[in-house]
Ligand binder design. Structure first.
Ligand SMILES: C[S@@+](CC[C@H](N)C(=O)[O-])C[C@H]1O[C@@H](n2cnc3c(N)ncnc32)[C@H](O)[C@@H]1O
Length: 278
């Protein structure tokens, strides 16, 4: 009985802190999967040395700097370059030949984190001679991640796994041709980001901003509940041109959303969908 009571209180506190964040800072986590928010809050309690979520709530309501730190717990930032290299291989071999038929490309990387996915796409497009006629919108809600993304600088100890993925993904050169290394960091060439626009955009609250031929939104939907997933897939459907492509993460799918019938499975294994012409 006492254990059950404790669980219920934590659930109440979780709802309250999510509401508090929304009213105080306008970040909307109300449609995120409860289990994921719970894990993030548990980790944050240790970091902030708080015993309860209510204590944490008090702290972040009154201290915006603490909220900025909490945001890094609530928005999971795991990423890597050419993550799931087979996805990028299918993009290169099967999607790019179709994208090539457009005179100009708008590409949206939603939930771009610190930029690893965006630079991967920029390199791929560069090698396929498409970067010059593309504009890539790279969006996220985490300002710190967007800042890193704009800089394109990563720790050198990540370079090996980035390079390995790049080669499996069909990379035509050596990844090191695209960056310089110094002081323990690798810094990606500025020319890669000349057609990238980094912007703050929330999939939970903001609307469509451009008609795109390709949207890549990987490893973001898994953190959302089914209602928010429905909203986001609808947003993607409205943002894509007919015959446009939507790429998701390995553990994500639109199969159970109402929009599913408006798409065909272009590559089921790599979770790449194509919007149908009605
Ligand atoms: C696990 S990372 C995925 C990064 C990259 N797409 C990848 O697959 O490597 C999830 C990203 O989604 C972002 N995110 C979470 N909620 C979001 C929202 N409502 N709108 C836009 N981005 C969001 C997080 O800030 C984080 O950068």
């Amino acid at each position: 009985m006492p254990h059950r009571k404790k669980i219920q209180i934590a659930e109440i506190e979780q709802r309250l802190i999510v509401d508090a964040i929304y009213y105080r800072y306008h970040y909307d986590f109300r449609g995120y999967a409860k289990s994921s928010i719970s894990r993030s809050l548990q980790a944050a309690l240790n970091h902030f040395n708080c015993n309860t979520i209510s204590q944490l709530q008090d702290r972040i309501l009154h201290h915006p700097n603490d909220f900025a730190e909490l945001l890094s717990y609530l928005t999971i930032q795991v990423s890597e370059m050419f993550r799931d290299p087979e996805y990028f291989l299918v993009l290169r071999n099967k999607v790019v030949p179709l994208l090539r038929t457009y005179p100009f490309l708008k590409i949206w990387v939603a939930g771009c984190s610190s930029g690893e996915e965006v630079y991967s796409l920029a390199i791929l497009l560069q090698e396929e001679d498409l970067l010059d006629r593309s504009i890539i919108y790279a969006t996220d809600i985490n300002p710190q991640a967007l800042k890193v993304a704009e800089q394109g600088v990563y720790n050198i100890d990540r370079a090996d796994s980035f390079s390995k993925n790049y080669l499996i993904s069909g990379g035509k050169k050596s990844l090191s041709d695209y960056y310089i290394s110094r002081y323990g960091k690798i810094s990606f060439d500025k020319s890669l980001r000349k057609n990238i626009v980094f912007a703050d955009h929330s999939l939970a609250t903001d609307s469509v901003f451009a008609e795109s031929q390709f949207i890549s939104c990987r490893n973001v939907l898994i953190y959302f509940d089914s209602v928010l997933q429905e909203r986001v897939v609808q947003l993607f459907s409205e943002s894509l041109c007919y015959r446009g492509f939507l790429g998701l993460g390995a553990r994500e799918s639109i199969r159970f959303t109402e929009q599913y019938n408006n798409f065909e499975e272009f590559s089921s294994k790599e979770k790449i969908y194509r919007k149908k012409v009605p």
